[in-house]
Design a protein around this ligand. Structure first.
Ligand code: HEC
Ligand code: HEC
Ligand code: HEC
Ligand code: HEC
Ligand code: HEC
Ligand code: HEC
Length: 240
C-alpha cells in the first residue's frame, strides 16, 4: 500500500482541527484497517488504529496524545521523527512485573502500560499488588476456560476506552460481570453468581448500583484483587 493512498484516506476521515493535532502524523501510517507487522519471532501484530475512535466524543482519552501512553516514542513534531515516525527510547524494566511484561508482550507494550499508570497511579498501584499481576510474574494460567492474567488493556482496551459511566464500557456495571466471567468461566463461580441473589438481581434489574446490586467488582474490587487464601483480601474479613 503506498503512503500516498494512506494520506488520502486520512485526509478524508480527519476534521481540519484534527489534522493540526500531532496525532495526525502518527495516523498517516497507523490509521486504516489491515496494517500488520510480523515480529522476528513471527508474532503478527495489528498496527491499525481507528482514527475516528481516537477523536470520538465518547473516548475518555480524546485529549491524550499517542506519546503520552507510548512513552518510548518521540513526539511526531520532533524533527528526528520525519524518516520513520519512530525514535524508540526503550523503557528499562523497573521491577520483576515490568520484566515479565517486557518479556512476554515486548518493550513497546511495557512503555504503553507504564503510560497508563503514570496518569492513573491509584489503579496502577492496586493492580500491581493484585493476584492478576502476581500471576503475570509467575506465568500462571490455570483451569479450564481461563486466559492469561489481565493488564489494563485486557479489561479496558487501549485506544477505545470509554468512561465507566458509559453503558457501552466493558467495565460498566452492566458489562463487568461478563468481562470477569470471560476468563473465570469456572462453572462453580458462574453457577454461584447466577443463582445467587446478586446474579438474579443482575438479570432482573439490569444492574443499578443505586438498588445495591453486587457485581464481581463490588466484592472483589477491580484492581487490587487478591486470592482467596490471601489474608489481605477484603473477602477474608468476612464480607459475603
Ligand atoms: C512512516 C510511517 C509511520 C509513522 C509516521 C509512524 N509509524 Fe508507528 N509503525 C510503523 C511501522 C511500519 C511499524 C512496524 C515496524 C516497526 O516497528 O518499525 C510501526 C510500529 C509502531 C508501534 C509498535 C512498535 C512496538 O515495538 O511496539 C507503535 C506503538 C507505533 N508504531 C506507534 C506510533 C506512534 C505513536 C507514532 C507517532 C509518534 C507512529 N507510530 C508513527 C509506521 C509508522
Ligand atoms: C491511552 C493510552 C494510549 C493512547 C492515547 C494511544 N495508545 Fe497505542 N497502545 C496503547 C496500549 C496500552 C497498547 C497495547 C499494548 C499491548 O497490547 O500490550 C497500544 C498499542 C498500539 C499499537 C500496536 C502495537 C503492538 O505492539 O501491538 C500501535 C501501532 C499503536 N498503539 C499506535 C498508537 C497511535 C498511532 C496512537 C495515537 C493516535 C496511540 N497508539 C495512542 C495505549 C495507547
Ligand atoms: C496523559 C494522561 C493519561 C494517560 C496516559 C492515560 N489516561 Fe486514562 N484518563 C485520563 C483522563 C484525563 C481521563 C478522563 C477523566 C475524566 O474525564 O474524568 C481518563 C479516563 C480513563 C478511564 C475512565 C475513567 C472513569 O472514571 O470511568 C479509564 C478506564 C482509563 N482512563 C484507563 C486508562 C488506561 C488503561 C490507560 C493506558 C492504556 C490510560 N488510561 C492512559 C488520563 C490518562
Ligand atoms: C481485572 C480487570 C481490570 C484491570 C486489570 C484493570 N481495571 Fe481498571 N477498572 C476495572 C473495573 C471493573 C472498573 C470499574 C470499577 C467500579 O465500577 O468500581 C475499573 C475502573 C477504572 C478506572 C475508573 C476509576 C475507578 O477506579 O473506578 C480507571 C481510571 C482504571 N480502571 C484504570 C486502570 C488502569 C490504569 C489499569 C492498569 C494499571 C487498570 N484499570 C486495570 C477493571 C480492571
Ligand atoms: C457477594 C460477593 C461476591 C460476588 C458478587 C462475587 N464474589 Fe467471588 N467470591 C466471594 C467470596 C466471599 C469468595 C471466597 C473468598 C475467600 O474464600 O476468601 C469468592 C471467591 C471467588 C474466586 C476464587 C474461587 C476459588 O476457586 O477459590 C473467584 C475466582 C471469584 N470469586 C470470582 C468471581 C467472579 C468472576 C464474580 C462475578 C461473576 C464474583 N466472584 C462475584 C464473593 C463474591
Ligand atoms: C483476561 C483474563 C482475566 C480477566 C478479564 C479477569 N481475570 Fe481474574 N484471574 C485471571 C487469572 C489468570 C488469575 C490467576 C489464576 C491463578 O493464579 O490460578 C485470576 C485470579 C483471580 C482471582 C483469585 C482466584 C483465586 O484462586 O483465589 C480472583 C478473585 C479474580 N481473578 C477475580 C476477577 C474479577 C472480579 C475480574 C473482573 C473485574 C477478573 N478476575 C477478571 C484471569 C482474568
Amino acid at each position: 500500500m503506498s503512503v500516498l493512498v494512506i494520506l488520502w484516506a486520512v485526509g478524508l476521515t480527519l476534521q481540519p482541527d484534527e489534522m493540526a493535532d500531532s496525532r495526525a502524523q502518527c495516523l498517516v501510517c497507523h490509521s486504516g484497517p489491515g496494517l500488520t507487522y510480523a515480529d522476528p519471532d513471527t508474532l503478527v501484530r495489528n498496527l491499525s488504529v481507528a482514527a475516528e475512535a481516537v477523536f470520538a466524543d465518547w473516548n475518555a482519552h480524546r485529549d491524550v496524545s499517542c506519546v503520552e501512553c507510548h512513552l518510548d516514542l518521540a513526539d511526531p513534531t520532533d524533527p528526528r521523527v520525519a524518516a520513520t515516525g519512530h525514535v524508540p527510547d526503550p523503557i528499562v524494566p523497573a521491577n520483576e512485573l515490568e520484566q515479565a511484561i517486557a518479556k512476554k508482550r515486548g518493550p513497546g507494550s511495557l512503555a504503553a502500560l507504564r503510560g497508563c499508570g503514570e496518569c492513573h497511579p491509584e489503579q496502577r498501584d492496586g493492580w500491581q499488588r493484585s493476584i492478576h499481576a502476581r500471576a503475570i510474574v509467575e506465568s500462571r494460567v490455570t483451569g479450564p476456560g481461563s486466559a492469561a492474567p489481565p493488564t489494563c488493556v485486557e479489561c479496558h482496551g487501549a485506544h477505545e476506552i470509554r468512561m465507566g459511566s458509559d453503558p457501552q464500557s466493558p467495565v460498566s456495571l452492566h458489562h463487568s460481570p461478563a468481562l470477569c466471567m470471560g476468563c473465570h468461566a469456572d462453572q462453580r463461580i458462574v453457577g454461584t453468581f447466577q443463582t445467587s441473589v446478586h446474579g438474579q438481581k443482575h438479570s432482573l434489574t439490569g444492574l443499578d448500583r443505586e438498588v445495591g446490586v453486587a457485581v464481581c467488582a463490588s466484592c472483589h474490587g477491580a484492581h487490587e484483587i487478591l486470592g482467596a487464601g490471601d489474608p489481605g483480601s477484603r473477602l477474608s474479613l468476612g464480607i459475603g
